[in-house]
Every structure is written in C-alpha cells, then in structure tokens.
Design a protein around this ligand. Structure first.
Ligand SMILES: [Zn+2]
Length: 255
C-alpha cells in the first residue's frame, strides 16, 4: 500500500516529469491522429490514359499481356463532344485526390505525374501500384458510352490468379466508393453500364494484375450532355476527388 503523502509526491513527480499541454489543448499524439488518419498508409492512384497518347500510336497500340490475353498498351481515352479529353479529366481529379490524401498523412503513388506524356502501358501501371504495396488503389476514368446513357459505374476485379487475394476487399472498397461518389457529387448510378453501379470485368490489366485492393471508376459518361456539362468544371472535379478521398479513408480505417 502507499501512503497519502507518498502518493501526492509521486503524482507531483509524474506531472513534472511528463511534458503536458496547457489545459484544453489536445495532446500532440491525439491531434496528429485526428489530422493525419492515413499516416503510414500507401494509396495508389492511376489516372487513366495520358495527354500525349494520341501522338505515338505505335507505342500505344503495341500488345501487352493483361493477365488473361493480349490487348493494346493503352488507348487515347474518350472525350466530350466539345473536345475535353478524358485524360485531362482523369489527371485533374487524380491531382486533387492526391493533395487531399497527402493532407491526411498518406503516401501517394501515382502512375503518371503529368498530362503531357505517353504511357505508361496498362500492365506497367498495375505493376507500379503492386510494387508500391498500396493499401488501396483507384483507377480513375470516364466513359465514352451512348449519348442517352449517364452515370457512374464501378468496375471490379474477377479472380484470375494475381488478384485472387484482393477480390473481396476490392468489392468492399467499391461499395464504399459508389456510396460516397453518388452522395457527394449527385451523379446517378449508371443506367447503361453494369448492374446497380457495379460491373465485374475480367478483361482489364489494371484489375487482372492487381495484388492490392483496387477498383476502376468510370465517373461519368463523357458523351452524355448532362454529365459532360458537369465534368469539365474544376468544382465538380474537386467534388469527385473529395468523395474518393472519403471512400479511401473510410475503407482504410474500417479494415
Ligand atoms: Zn478510360
């Protein structure tokens, strides 16, 4: 047992020994955990295509192995009827997302850092994020669908070898992402791609070759007038990125 006087002395000694903040001020540890919830985590972002792809057809059309079959290294991507390219939309959203995630403490790995280059090929993009051992990854795209179709679709991996261990986790991330994206942006679930907003795909290198939880989001249909009017605005691109950051954080903190 310990006497009252000795206990008081001990408490005083402890109080003097341990540096502590002024009353009402959060401790450094608590505030860091609150402000940087993704500290120590790695997030992969693949902004689909690249702004220079149209300039080098021989590189872009060269066949690569997508995990099940050969397909072209990449494509130019689609664009709106007004000529706003998918590559630029994808890159802008990715850049806003990267900034948000870094602010939350994550290490962010991008498959491309500008919108002026060519490539990398789709197999290489998957390898970059696999090698980074990303805790979660997102392929950002926008679709070129029928003019009457609109909305967002989440493409999910189908087990085929390399991705076997991340099928369930990718689907869970996809469910969180669809909810956040539709809620934050107001974009409806696709009325032409997949079912209920989800489309399992076994013909995409990014999903076949992934060893980290990953989905591909077709944010909008660039060939639809209503979707196109929104997607070209930086305010919309920021909202899209915000919804993705919320989904990524929600996924990582609920594992
Ligand atoms: Zn695309």
């Amino acid at each position: 047992m310990i006497g009252t006087h000795a206990l008081a002395s001990l408490l005083t000694a402890l109080a003097l020994a341990a540096p502590h903040p002024a009353a009402g001020e959060p401790t450094a540890t608590a505030s860091a955990a609150t402000a940087r919830p993704l500290a120590g985590m790695v997030v992969g972002i693949d902004p689909g295509h690249n702004g220079g792809n149209f300039s080098d057809p021989s590189f872009i059309n060269a066949p690569v192995w997508n995990g099940r079959e050969e397909e072209a290294c990449d494509t130019t991507g689609t664009e709106t009827d007004g000529g706003y390219t998918e590559a630029l939309f994808n890159f802008n959203v990715a850049s806003y997302l990267r900034a948000l995630l870094i602010r939350e403490g994550a290490k962010v790995v991008m498959t491309r850092r500008t919108n002026e280059g060519v490539g990398p090929c789709i197999d290489r993009r998957a390898q970059i994020l696999d090698k980074a051992r990303a805790d979660v990854a997102i392929d950002i795209h926008a679709d070129g669908g029928p003019a009457g179709g609109r909305g967002v679709a989440i493409l999910t991996p189908v087990a085929g070898g390399p991705n076997d261990h991340v099928i369930a986790s990718s689907k869970r991330f996809g469910r969180i992402l669809l909810k956040r994206f539709t809620t934050v942006t107001g974009i409806p679930i696709s009325n032409y791609d997949g079912s209920g907003g989800f489309a399992p795909r076994d013909n995409l290198a990014g999903l076949n070759l992934t060893t980290v939880p990953k989905v591909l989001i077709e944010c909008v249909n660039m060939r639809n007038a209503a979707d196109a009017a929104r997607l070209v605005k930086p305010s919309f691109q920021r909202l899209a990125a915000k919804s993705m950051a919320e989904a990524i954080t929600g996924f990582l903190l609920s594992r």
